[in-house]
Design a protein around this ligand. Sequence first.
Ligand code: FES
Length: 102
Amino acid sequence: MGKILAGKTSEIPPGKMIKVESDGKDILVANVDGNYFAMDDTCTHQGASLSEGTIEGSTLTCPWHGSTWDCKNGKLIAFASQIKDLASYKTTVEADSVFVET
Ligand code: FES
């Protein structure tokens, strides 16, 4: 458990997402209408980096096979087969910096 700096708010504008690393784990941080959300970056299907996919509202689409995820809670929205949900993490903003609690 820890708190990591994800980046400056200016580096993650609305509609964007970035990938950060914490203890060897890749974490995606997304800005949805000015609110920041964090979840595991690695798709539970075959391991794509979800931060390389697309985001619309809070819905992420995996760049490899199109699974969709809710970045607010890490839960799978839709995919052709059952795959595991992803962990999500609390975010905080202090001054102009975004932090993730892992
Ligand atoms: S790796 Fe994400 S849907 Fe296949």
